[in-house]
Write a protein that binds this ligand. Structure first.
Ligand code: GRF
Length: 210
């Protein structure tokens, strides 16, 4: 089986990227990170990639006329590095069909809530505002909606009475790192199975990761 050729898209601190880089380097995930692309200059994630010896570059969405033009440029960069699977690791841009059609069912996202609860931004603040007692994180395939694609794996995290956004974010992040790496290991091992639900027509994803 060919090694997974990953492209990782980032916008910020890159702790999920770091978890991937560490797991690839110690053999837990049978993959190469071919390139890391940020839509924001100077972010910590780019420094993490460089420290790991992985090609890293910034493509600022501000330099493109519209989302499609930006997405086309992203596709070109990823293809030029031989990427076949893409991980959105804290990438804060919504992708268009231009991008998703180039990597059909091969784009993964990590989201800091138990989807379909609390999609979009500020998921941890939404969880606190709703007073939920349990939240968590989700790894899913990206489709044309915002955080709506087939769910691969989820991890629950208890919300404590003392929690604020920072403390809850930190505990969820620790679970994100572990869950994302386990899903990538399963994908690299060819264990991801995608089926279509007979009654709803919705796609379902299973990777044997809980
Ligand atoms: C994570 O909480 C991720 O779920 C969300 O953005 C955050 C990125 O954190 N999409 P990091 O850049 O990986 O540290």
């Amino acid at each position: 089986m060919t090694r997974l050729a990953l492209g990782v898209l980032v916008s910020g601190s890159g702790t999920n990227l770091q978890a991937i880089l560490d797991a690839v380097s110690d053999g837990r995930v049978d993959a190469d990170v071919r390139v890391v692309v940020s839509n924001k200059p100077g972010v910590r994630a780019l420094a993490r990639a460089e420290a790991a010896g992985v090609p890293a570059l910034c493509l600022s969405h501000r330099d493109y006329a519209d989302r499609e033009a930006f997405d086309a440029a992203l596709v070109e960069v990823l293809r030029s590095h031989g990427v076949d699977w893409v991980v959105l690791a804290g990438f804060m841009r919504v992708l268009t069909r231009t991008f998703l059609d180039a990597f059909p069912l091969r784009v993964l996202n990590i989201h800091p809530a138990l989807l379909p609860a609390f999609p979009g931004v500020h998921a941890q603040a939404q969880a606190l505002a709703h007073g939920v007692k349990v939240t968590g994180c989700t790894v899913h395939l990206v489709d044309h909606g915002v955080d709506t694609g087939p769910i691969i794996a989820q991890r629950a995290v208890a919300v404590l009475p003392s929690d604020d956004v920072a403390s809850l974010t930190e505990r969820i992040l620790a679970q994100e790192h572990d869950l994302l790496v386990r899903v990538l290991a399963a994908v690299a091992a060819g264990e991801l199975v995608i089926t279509s639900d007979e009654s709803t027509g919705r796609l379902r994803a299973e990777a044997g990761v809980r």
